[in-house]
Design a protein around this ligand. Structure first.
Ligand code: PPE
Length: 305
């Protein structure tokens, strides 16, 4: 999905012009994937742009960095303020936001401990990640031949830059095979998640989502689903999901900041069907919550102004 340039990018404490936000070709992270990032969205609300659950995203960035022993020289509060500055400078009412902490120029080799840490935050307009049609009628999924990394090889709890080679392999395989998105299994054969989204199945009226021990990221949208489901009185559990559970699900949907809430229409050509009532209810409530239209979730809208 193409990027449309905006005004400014925050780099190490300064707002620099979009075209000047450059780094050296010998930047450590470019060579070894040694960095951590986030994906955040800002939405138009009645009281101006608001970044959705910005603080939890920056807290997760810090947790990812801790796992990789990257010492981000900015606090969560400073990164929250910097993000609001970038969004304000863009003049956009809604956008996608990409914070990244990376190891800079000056050191090479696999000992990352002496490396300098740089931090940047950019934003740009981004539409429906899996397409407007996918949002409305559901996406076609394929179980990937690629496995999620073992937690002792690449900890899935860290949103590490290099980790996403695994997701890209699965994504291009799914696209080349004529599907919208991939589902990735853990090395033990349990359903993990999608390339950039958490996955949920609805069976017998209960929402089930795989645990972190199956390689799922602790999603912030996933956490919204947990809270919305509780408020709707829908049972919600974290537990192992088998590929056959997907084939026979009453409903399935996926969630992520970029993707939002997207119904699943089929898995490996086994039809799940039109978006079901639980998927539709969660999608609708999430869509209103991000736009500040629901009083009970207003603390999720972190206003820019
Ligand atoms: N799993 C993975 C692997 C993942 O990358 C994401 C977010 C999620 C689950 C959902 O997490 P959350 O956004 O907190 O609900 N993926 C981000 C990057 C996507 C991309 O393609 O780049 C995102 O959605 O912004």
């Amino acid at each position: 999905m193409a990027i449309t340039p905006t005004e400014k990018i925050w780099m190490d404490g300064e707002l620099v012009d979009w075209a000047d936000a450059k780094i050296h070709v010998l930047t450590h992270t470019l060579h070894y994937g040694t960095g951590v990032f986030e994906g955040v969205r800002a939405y138009a609300t009645a009281s101006g742009p608001a970044v959705f659950r910005l603080t939890p995203h920056m807290e997760r960035l810090h947790r990812s960095a801790k796992i990789l022993m990257i010492d981000i020289p900015w606090s969560v509060e400073q990164l929250v303020d910097a993000t609001k500055d970038v969004v304000r400078a863009s003049g956009l009412s809604s956008c996608y936001i990409r914070p990244i902490a990376y190891l800079g120029y000056g050191e090479m080799g696999l000992n990352t401990l002496p490396c300098s840490v740089s931090t940047a935050i950019a934003c740009w307009p981004w539409g429906a990640y899996l397409g407007d049609e996918g949002m409305a009628t559901g996406v076609r999924m394929k179980i990937s031949s690629w496995q999620r990394h073992d937690p002792n090889a690449m900890p899935p709890a860290a949103k590490g830059v290099g980790h996403y080679v695994n997701s890209s392999l699965a994504k291009i395989e799914a696209i080349k095979s004529g599907y919208d998105e991939a589902i990735i299994l853990s090395p033990q054969g349990y359903v993990s998640e999608c390339t950039g989204e958490n996955l949920f199945v609805v069976r017998g009226g209960t929402i089930v989502t795989p645990p972190t021990s199956a390689g799922a990221l602790e999603g912030i949208t996933q956490d919204c689903v947990r809270i919305i489901a509780a408020d709707l009185g829908i049972p919600y559990t974290v537990g192992h999901v088998l590929r056959s559970d997907l084939y026979t699900a009453d409903e399935a949907f996926l969630t992520g900041t970029a993707a939002e809430v997207v119904p699943v229409r089929s898995v490996d050509d086994r039809e799940i069907g039109e978006p079901g009532p639980i998927s539709k209810a969660i999608q609708e409530i999430y869509g209103k919550a991000v736009r500040g239209q629901l009083d009970q979730y207003k603390e999720w809208n972190e206003h820019v102004a």
